[in-house]
Design a binder for this molecule. Sequence first.
Ligand code: FES
Length: 487
Amino acid sequence: MLVQVNLDHGTLLDALRKTTIYTNAPCNGRGVCGKCKIKITENVPPATAIETKFFSADEIASGIRLACAVTAPGTYIVELEDAIEKDSFSILSSYEVFEEVAELCYAEGFGVGIDIGTTTIAIELFDLATGELLRTHTFLNTQRTYGSDVISRIDYANKGGMDDLNAKIISSLKEGLATILGNAVLSKAIIAGNTTMLHLLTKADCSGLGIYPFTANFLDMKVGDLSQLLALSGEYTLLAGISTYVGADILSGILHTNMHKNDAICILIDIGTNGEMAIGNKHNILTLATAAGPAFEGGNISCGVGSIAGAICQVASDGHIKTIGDAKAVGICGSGLIDAIAVALANETLDETGSIETEVIHIAEDIYLTQKDIREFQLAKSAIRAGIEVLLVKYGVAASEIDHVYLAGGFGKFINLDNAISIGLLPNDFADKIQKVGNTSLGGVRKFLLYKDIKDEVQQIKSIAKDLNLAHDPLFNELFMEHMLFE
Ligand code: FES
């Protein structure tokens, strides 16, 4: 796609963000991810040192640049070389339905359940008179152009970017709701998301989110008038969160899976840039979040991409690859990475310390893993595994004593469980107990929208859930070092 962009000040990335064109910028313009790749066809500026680090001499000569590195004012004709089309993301809107004992609460009109993810947004429209699901709509959270993880966005919000981030989420939601609602008049919207997403949606002060001791401006349920939030009729409810990094999306997941009602001990794991997890039953629940970093979402990996069409999502033991949408391979996403590493370990091109013999591990044409990629992956894998182990220790159970393991989120959709266990991401004793449960956050908002006495359940979860803060936890640090190795 060719576009003309006028740059007066700032960077070309800033100028692109002011348009309706979505530009991929996982590191929010810090010049470290190399993913805001564009091709300038006219008025090509000299390459900077950062660009020569990321691109070959041929690419530089052909006009390939980083949008965040171009600062010279002027008019540019830009080809968005690796542009991610907003609708090319594979977005998880389905979820496993758990048996429900509560009664449906019938009402007039239409209601929506909304899950605001850091990368993607999913909405379901229901007829409240019957509880029937009428439509589902998923789309990209365009805040992603200000960084792929919550830390980048908190940082940007606290440096004066709150209005930009809020404007992106509001316009994304308005557009998404207009698509799903058609002529339906909304009476209720139930919204879940991580604590940062809900702060950015309501323009709540984010100053405590990014610095120790990581305090949120609000974690309680919020009810308000949709006309003030999204210029629509009806009422909205933001679900309550548990802590700054275990937000309403996880509480919604607990609500959905009924962990808070069971005697059985369950563990809910949602793997993303933060590994958020909860363990427990109706008596008590412990939660924590570990900073896994962006590797599972393709960040900081040379050929890494999110779950977009063309992302390699599976690698078989014979090296055969599968891509999302069976499109031409454009990079590798988290589940593909797990497979590629499991295969490399099995054929001994990678050893258990994470060292590779050759310069790179080839996966497909122009798609490979470097030694640095493997190290990034080890950090992410170890953060998740150490988080699981800390939860088990603090809850006082062994992995073998867990009754159900719920793997939530888009990442869980394509993951090969045998490989995840063989590389040590998940404990061996979880085998045969793991259920891929899908978008449990969306499932929880559905339940909140449709069932009776549900506010009491939310309060119950809040009262029995205790969050573990891993900052400076020596046990976590010890386990983190231990699990850097591949099993
Ligand atoms: S290098 Fe430009 S956004 Fe990361």
